[in-house]
Ligand binder design. Structure first.
Ligand code: FE2
Length: 136
């Protein structure tokens, strides 16, 4: 599968979240390239970077949702935790030298990003934007 292209369907209208999502997409695409080149050390470096970025991004997103009193916070956090643990397991397999895991990993992230952003993140966007407009 090719690159994940950023498009308006992935945009929430919350600038800092959109920027972070764009960064995730570009690290994911770089990991995809490393996979195509069969560059294992580059792939593993990028996957580490993705994991660290995902952790920071989830924390930032959860802070924003908490600040605006989002009612779906608990189930949103649960989705973040589930992805973080799936990602951790696959990264462990990658470290143990499983040759097929690179594809599984990039596909997981790609599908997860698209589904999570277009469904779950979109569900909070209106709440965050209206809470911000009330405060400004
Ligand atoms: Fe999220």
């Amino acid at each position: 599968m090719g690159h994940l292209r950023w498009s308006s369907s992935l945009e929430l209208g919350i600038p800092e979240i959109d920027e972070q999502h764009q960064s995730l997409v570009s690290i994911l695409n770089a990991a995809h390239d490393a996979l195509d080149r069969e560059d294992a050390s580059e792939l593993s470096a990028l996957v580490q970077r993705l994991q660290a970025y995902v952790v920071d991004h989830f924390a930032a997103e959860e802070r924003i949702l908490e600040a605006c009193g989002y009612s779906g916070l608990a189930s949103h956090v649960a989705q973040h935790r589930a992805l973080a643990s799936q990602l951790g397991n696959l990264i462990q397999d990658l470290r143990e030298g499983d040759p097929d895991v690179g594809v599984a990993l990039t596909e997981l992230l790609r599908n997860w990003l698209v589904n999570h952003i277009t469904v779950s993140d979109r569900a909070y966007a209106a709440a965050v934007l209206s809470s911000r407009s009330r405060r400004s």
